[in-house]
Design a binder for this molecule. Sequence first.
Ligand code: MN
Length: 230
Amino acid sequence: MSFVFDTPPQASVAVVGSALRFPVRRIFCVGRNYADHVREMGNDPKSEPPIFFTKPADAVVENGASISYPLNTVDLHHEVELVLALGEGGAAISEARALECIWGYGVGCDLTRRDRQAEAKKGGTPWDVAKAFDQSAPVGALTPVRGGAPLYAGRIWFAVNGVSKQEGDLAQMIWSPAEIIAALSLSWRLMPGDLIFTGTPAGVGPLNPGDRVECGVAGLTTLSFSIAPR
Ligand code: MN
């Protein structure tokens, strides 16, 4: 097959201990998935279904990258998240089968134009400008599951210039990885290569030109990146 211009490169993520790379098909994200405030306020964290949004596959950024401060924002925010990498998919996946779909786990940062998101929430308009911009999805090297136990607990953290900003535990997630996969697969036929960002704990805040970021999840490879100076 020939095309009218060269096709773009396949978006991909590194794999721990391998020269092979994980090909990215789509990126799904879950909003508002940590219960730290919800439960202490006496509310039921599962009173509403999970919120989903997407980013383009080529928003993925390699570990160690220098990311340009995005256009059209003065309030770029960080959200450290556990990322699920799917090796199998399907529609209407049961929670019992959902974990079998996970090929590996990684650490990601859901970069967000918080000013544009506030406008979208206020106006009831889509989140694409707030969430789905170029270089908005740094993802560290993926750790294959290889029959290991699912990641349902463990420290998740984020630091800017060596200063801690986000601290949480995967056990605080309102919707577990299996529940997220089952719920997503009611609206999309999930496919191998899909990445799922699973939400962020408390402590989100701004990133500025020149900042150096480190973030992680217990047991996974640390993700590092920087925001390029102006
Ligand atoms: Mn997020």
